[in-house]
Write a protein that binds this ligand. Sequence first.
Ligand code: 13P
Length: 250
Amino acid sequence: MRRPIIAGNWKMNKTPAEAAALVKELVPAVQNANCDVVVCVPAVCFSAVLEAAKGSNIRLGAQNMHFAKNGAFTGELSADMLSASGVTYVIIGHSERRQYFGETDKTVNLRTRAAVAAGITPIVCVGELKDERESGYTNAIVEYQTRMALTGLTQEEIKNVVIAYEPVWAIGTGLTATDEQANETIGVIRKAIEQSWGKEVADAVRIQYGGSMNPANVKGLMSQPEIDGGLIGGASLKAPDFTAVVMFDR
Ligand code: 13P
């Protein structure tokens, strides 16, 4: 049995004070969750979130990191810096990074390997564009992105990676993949992992769905056998909504 994992991706939202207020509301509300709970927040909010989440079941995540150990990369943060700041999860290769910041499958792989090497759990995002789905390329895209991202990791390392299947057309649009579409494509991702790294690895990897997941659709999505959790954008910014998603089984 894979333990579900629900992660909030706050994107470029919240000041440290707003972050602390949100996490303080979440702490008592999600303390009995039957899943891992993560908030991936702007780096300027790390210490405020860590302080507000102290002693709770809420874990701190980042939204991106550089793959180099250190050096002349103005504006970037290394895995060691994240780790030293209490970060235990990091989103890698979000479609917004791919679309707006030149992220490629190659750099997704470098970042994933650097995160694992630093002991941070990567949440690796894969997903097709609208026209790719309409042209019938969804499976080919997610298989390729998944295999490229995980290349060079050992089987044991891959077991601890989290994958987020985020169809790009469903992000921030209010459009969700149907429960069946999400389950089917996540099954395709799991099969690709099985073909490359074996069934034991594929059975262990947790694969989330992301894209307009909210209190109204979480139950249906989470009742699908392949879906192990969610990566939540808009609905992670308000305590009642994120709580309702995290406590999906109540
Ligand atoms: P929304 O939940 O706002 O669609 O965002 C999804 C997402 O991109 C999470 O990483």
